[in-house]
Write a protein that binds this ligand. Structure first.
Ligand SMILES: Cc1cc2nc3c(=O)[nH]c(=O)nc-3n(C[C@H](O)[C@H](O)[C@H](O)COP(=O)(O)O)c2cc1C
Length: 199
């Protein structure tokens, strides 16, 4: 048996693709009867847009927002303000901040000693499909390890290039200790040209 489904390719990576990415994600969730949407949102902007869309369309979806860990952008800095976090939670989203699955302590090793290590090599390999796709893998691992999604159910994951969203996929999750059980089931949209547009 086979199925035919469409993929949208954006000409360039970046935040300008956010609205369309979110719309396509919600549509695919409906089509496949997927309940969980995991979205990367560092400051909360993309998450707010997604929740607004879900509310407007009156959909019953479980939104898991993954942000940068404290300290990612400098000592003790949290990118997503407390107010934004509460606003997202009040709208029904689960918000998670924690160790980044595809860098973690290896980032400290490469920063201090140089060199290349397996997890960061996996991350860089995934980035050849686009930064957003690497982010999709990473936030799904983080959400699964945090107990916010089940690994037996397919989820939709949304990532982007620094800000906003430009990539959306259907993924069968896994925990970090079973990373190689991850399955990329469908690509919903992604940018063709992966380079960052300077803002
Ligand atoms: C855990 C995590 C890892 C991320 N890694 C990358 C990355 O490797 N490359 C990249 O371009 N963006 C990365 N991002 C940014 C996201 O893809 C996304 O564009 C951003 O979180 C959206 O934030 P906003 O809603 O505040 O605009 C990462 C975000 C998170 C939360």
């Amino acid at each position: 048996m086979s199925i035919k489904r469409s993929i949208v390719y954006f000409e360039r990576a970046g935040v300008q693709n956010t609205e369309e990415t979110l719309k396509l994600s919600v549509e695919r969730a409906q089509e496949l009867n997927i309940r969980d949407i995991v979205v990367a949102s560092s400051y909360g902007d993309t998450a707010k847009k997604l929740l607004k869309l879900i509310q407007k369309e009156n959909l019953n979806l479980n939104v898991i927002v993954v942000s940068y860990h404290q300290g990612f952008h400098g000592e003790d800095i949290i990118t997503m303000g407390q107010e934004t976090m509460e606003l997202l939670r009040n709208k029904g989203a689960k918000v998670f901040m924690g160790p980044h699955a595809l860098s973690g302590v290896e980032r400290a090793i490469s920063n201090k000693f140089g060199g290349a290590y397996p997890v960061e090599i996996i991350a860089h390999t995934l980035r050849t499909f686009g930064h957003g796709l690497k982010v999709c893998y990473e936030i799904v691992l983080m959400a699964a390890d945090a107990g916010l999604i089940k690994t037996k159910n397919e989820v939709i994951a949304i990532g982007g290039r620094s800000r906003g969203a430009d990539t959306s996929v259907v993924i069968k999750p896994a925990n970090l200790n079973n990373f190689f059980n991850m399955e990329l089931r469908e690509i919903i949209c992604m940018p063709r040209d992966k380079r960052k547009i300077e803002q």
